[in-house]
Structures are given as structure tokens and as C-alpha cells.
Design a protein around this ligand. Sequence first.
Ligand code: SAM
Length: 279
Amino acid sequence: MQDRETDGHRARKRFGQNFLSDPNIIRRIIDAIRPQAGEPMVEIGPGLGAMTAPLVERLGHLHVVEIDRDLIARLRETWTPVQLTIHEGDALKFDFGSLCGPERKLRIVGNLPYNISTPILFHLADFAEAVKDMTFMLQKEVVMRMVAEPGTEEYGRLSVMLQYRFRMGRLFDVPPGAFRPAPKVMSSIVRLMPLPADQLGAVDEALLGRIVSAAFGQRRKTLKNTLREFMTDADFAAVGIDPGLRGERLAVSDFVAIANHCAAPGAAGRHDCVGDRGA
Ligand code: SAM
């Protein structure tokens, strides 16, 4: 990716700026989002407004979160506060829960800056209960990891932690030529639909996160090694999971079973110190 001038703006690599310029692709994305007038929606990283313009047109009003001050100034010149509420700053620190009421769940969209794609997905997962759906453009390789199935090379921490919370689908791919400047990689559109809270199942989600991180921290090692601090052989036997497997073989429900076994008060093994592990 080069720093290059697009529409009078010098694209900043540090903000992952690749601006959509293909009208057919923009139309396909907006059609996939299906914005309905009056819906509460926020766009992350509106940039030069390629998606913002058709979204405002269909919704009437849109929230945006943008970090680049030059772009914010342009957005202010283009739209009125009635059409666009601009939240200046870092989407990684933004409280998306502040944009929705108890009755009206939020829709989140964006052509996400690729340099922060994993942390932003983890940040957004914290707001899943307040969210109706999310539609994002991301690097294709990241989307493949999000939707990967157990036993594949792409399956890892990102797959497990997102699939625990969301139903996800890859909608279509977008080639580098659809952007200015063109990135080096293919992109994909992905949709995330939060699962109902009563289907999630982990008693202690922070513990689930630590167990999944440990299981994939050293991919080549078996669960017996990677989860040594959490599970004894007796614990593996109790949950019916072979400790000789690698983390990549386990389904999301297996990780939840392990986490819930570890969280259970008085369970066998070393659970007396679960609270101190890797926090
Ligand atoms: N939506 C525009 C488009 O499709 O042409 C721009 C997409 S560009 C890939 C990413 C956008 O996210 C840029 O506008 C960039 O300034 C913004 N951005 C980068 N990091 C950000 C962050 N941490 N918080 C909010 N916006 C960010």
C-alpha cells in the first residue's frame, strides 16, 4: 500500500486507508446491508464517504466514527448534523453501546481499516447484545479465519471467539482494483449476526477467552501441554475430550465445555487457582 492522493486527500497508511471507488461494488455492499429508513446505524471509518452517501440517503441519519481529522473536516462540509452524527476518535475505544436504546438494536457497518481488524472485532464482540447485525469489508484472509471450521489451518482463536458469539457468513469477495489506492490483497464482505444470549453457554467468558488463547498459543502442541494449567488428565476424561488432540480439532462447544468444567466450583483437578491463571 502506498500513500497516494485520492480525491484531493493523501491516503494515510497508518489509518489503513484504501478508499472504495468502484460504484458497482459500493452498490452491492449497500444492497447486502439493506438499510431501512430510520434504523440506528453506525459506520466505522467513513473515509471519503463512498458508503456514507448511499447510507445517509436511505437511512435519513447515520452515525460515523472516524479518526482522521482531515476526513472529519470533509465530512462536516458535506453533511448536516441532522444527516450525520460524527464521533471523532478511535473506534477501538468507542462505546458502541451508547448509540442504541433497549428497544432498538444497532446495526454496524464499515470498510474496516485492515491494520486493526482483529482488535476491532474483539472490541465489537463486547457490544453483541446491543447489536442487530454487523456487515464489514475485511481482508479476505481474516474473513476466512473468522468463518473457518475445526480441523482447518485457518481455524484459531479468532474463529472460536467470534463463532461463540455470532453466526457469520462470507457474502462476496472484492478485488484490489475496487479501491484507491489498491491494496495488495483480496477483500471480502462478511456478516455477523449475534446469537441469542441464552445460546452462548459459557459461565465465565473471560475464562473461556484465556483457555482459547492458551490452546492456540502454541498450535503444534497438544491440549495436554497447552492447557496444563487448567486441566488434568482426569478433567479431560470428565469432559470427554482427548488431551492428545491439538486445539484446532475442537469445536466451539468443546471449548465451552472445558471452560465450564474449569469454572465449576469444587470440580476435580486444579481449579482452586483458576482465578489466578493468565489473567
Ligand atoms: N469507508 C471508506 C471507504 O470505503 O472508502 C474508507 C475505508 S478505509 C479502508 C478505513 C477508514 O477507517 C479510513 O477512513 C480511516 O481513516 C478510518 N480509521 C482508521 N483507523 C481508525 C480507527 N482506529 N478508528 C476510526 N476510524 C479509523
